[in-house]
Ligand binder design. Sequence first.
Ligand code: ZN
Length: 226
Amino acid sequence: MQKKFLSFAVALFAVLLVLFAHLGARLTASAPVFSLAEEKRIYLTFDDGPSTVVTESILDTLAKEQIKATFFVVGERIFGREETLRRIVKEGHTVGVHSYTHRYREIYASDEALLADAEACAKLIRKTTGVVPAVYRFPGGGEHPSAAALLRQKGYRIVLWNAVCGDEEIKNADAATLLQTALQTAKGKEPVVLLLHDSAPHRATAAALPAIIERFRQAGYVFCAF
Ligand SMILES: [Zn+2]
């Protein structure tokens, strides 16, 4: 009787051992799910486009790397580049409003002027792509509280940035400088919202993009779009 009980206990222990080992393996396998909150995120944001060569080249890189980004476009620059804008949407990126004219004096003349300018850009995006844009970035940056409140009422989320690649700040910066500037200014930011430009003069930005993606990926970042 005692012997029978002993073998039963051993069998039960073995079953429990297998069960726990299995459960442990499952927990280990699903561990990344629980660490999502600690995941490092970077948003690549491109302002001032669309352009023809630079935007298309950036789209090629993003497609190759299977990354989604956000493009804050200038309404006036859409003319003649409708296909590029449609490609941005078709490939799953986010299109945001970055004004119709990018002319500070006109846009910042009053909150009403800014709103009318934003709506003109949004209308053209909608007409060209069918998408209603829901994110906005102020030309030249800044927070502009009263205009921001009006934009929020219209349903826009205002997107600032906290890191730059230096393609506007550093004159004639080459791809290596842009990469270093992006890495330096992104240090300690969570999430990183990186400002880049895809307007016509910024071939160096397009050239730097593969290395920027590679280095942030190596550092454990996940790429996000707004
Ligand atoms: Zn701009």
